[in-house]
Design a protein around this ligand. Structure first.
Ligand code: AMP
Length: 425
């Protein structure tokens, strides 16, 4: 592909100024591939994962189309609808629209669950240009006519594969029946299983297909290694590793929500500032956790896959797989949180004897044999002990502790609350 920069797209001056201000000079491959078609009014089917620059790939053509056009003020109505699978991703997309559309005077409204709906309804009552939301709350507001999409000219479905995993397809099908047939649409997904291909066929009109880097490719800039360690020794090893100041900003992945809480508590006990992020936290607690991590108040973020999906924090020095995921693709997504925007990164995996099959699958997918940092590779995998109940269901006696995801140094939680959380988890 020829070298080019953003000037070549003929974007409006305020958008170009915002791109310059954000330090975007050269479009990424997905942007080079998708933006010209988006600007030409074509539907786009993008095969790309988070971290490739796909947000700007769909946002810039929409902003360009709206630049210089009279604002749309019909109450509760929007001119563009962007659906994302998680609240965190929706917030990030909203921020990108606001960043690049800053000089255009557009109204961007976020419609997500986990926070009160009245503020969102109040914003919608003045009409919106762009709504970014998650399917559940979007449908909720549509049902009460507090979000009207029958004049929506632009529709984007982001991370369709994750939407499918999370069971959002029935909601999405309901939502799209309310869209006008004359519209411009885009669908982005890291993978294209048959169900998504079918949905895309119904959603997109004669789309241009744009593909970038296969899911399995891990950036060469990420140094990957594995510690062979027994489950019971993992926390001690983690504390030991995190004492190294080179771990300036680390994300630790656990398999369960309760596991994330437990690891964060243990790290705080070892005087390592950590906060947890998972789907059981309220939207406010999640945002506080992310803010603490972004600001450096918490050096470590302990997260589950879904919560961490799509989060974009720059300068993540290390990703630790405290437990290996059972889907090798998740490993690739996880370690993609580091080494963003050309930086170097380190990915460390912990593997006990029961996780060996997961490690083998990961190495097969990435084609990289991981360097052994400590321990020895077991000759064969141990069978996984079947827990009586899901580990998240275990109710433990409450100990006063810092609320996961809460501001560090905040008052200990009330024991009753912790009991309740433990049951819900
Ligand atoms: P995304 O895949 O849209 O989540 O983008 C991943 C990260 O790359 C975000 O931090 C973007 O702000 C950043 N980014 C996207 N496109 C560019 C670009 N052309 N130049 C520099 N940074 C970019």
């Amino acid at each position: 592909m020829t070298e080019m920069n953003f000037d070549a797209f003929g974007l409006a001056t305020p958008i170009l100024a915002a791109l310059k201000h954000a330090g975007f000079v050269k479009p990424t491959p997905i942007q080079q591939g998708a933006i010209p078609h988006g600007l030409a009014g074509k539907d786009v089917l993008g095969l790309a994962q988070t971290g490739t620059g796909k947000t700007a790939a769909f946002a810039l053509p929409i902003l360009q189309a709206m630049a210089g056009h009279k604002l749309h003020n019909r109450r509760f109505s929007t001119r563009a609808l962007i659906l994302a699978p998680t609240r965190e991703l929706a917030v990030q997309i909203e921020q990108e629209f606001k960043k690049f559309g800053a000089g255009l005077g557009l109204r961007v409204v976020l419609i997500v669950g986990g926070v009160g709906r009245s503020g969102q309804v109040a914003r919608m009552s003045r009409g919106a240009d762009i709504v970014v939301g998650c399917p559940g709350r979007v449908l909720d507001l549509m049902n009460t006519k507090e979000l009207i999409i029958d004049q929506c000219q632009f529709f984007v479905l982001d991370e369709a594969d994750r939407m499918l995993d999370l069971g959002f397809f029935p909601d999405i099908r309901k939502i799209v029946t309310h869209l006008p047939t004359r519209r411009q649409s885009a669908l982005f997904s890291a993978t294209m299983p048959a169900e998504i291909a079918k949905l895309a066929e119904g959603l997109l009109h004669d789309p241009v297909r744009v593909t970038v880097a296969a899911v399995a490719s891990t950036p060469a800039r990420i140094a990957q290694s594995v510690h062979f360690v027994e489950g019971a020794q993992k926390r001690e090893l983690l504390v030991q590793l995190l004492r190294d100041p080179a771990f300036t900003r680390a994300i630790v992945f656990t398999r369960t929500k309760r596991g994330a809480d437990r690891v964060a508590l243990q790290l705080n006990g070892a005087k390592i500032s950590a906060t947890s992020l998972h789907g059981n936290l309220s939207q406010n607690a999640r945002q506080r956790a992310l803010d603490a991590f972004k600001s450096g108040e918490a050096r470590v973020l302990v997260a589950t896959d879904i919560a961490a999906r799509g989060i974009d924090v720059s300068g993540v020095s290390h990703v630790v797989n405290f437990e290996l995921p059972n889907e090798p693709e998740s490993y690739v997504h996880r370690i993609g949180r580091t080494a963003r925007n050309g930086a170097e990164g380190v990915a460390v995996a912990f593997c006990d004897a029961t996780e060996l099959p997961y490690l083998n699958q990961i190495e097969k997918l990435t084609g990289i044999k991981m360097q052994v940092a400590s321990g020895t590779r077991p000759a064969q995998a141990m069978p996984v002990k079947k827990p009586q109940r899901h580990p998240d269901m275990v109710v433990r006696k409450a100990k006063p502790a810092t609320a996961p995801g809460a501001k560090l140094g905040a008052k200990p939680r009330r024991p009753q609350y912790q009991e309740k959380r433990a049951k819900v988890a």
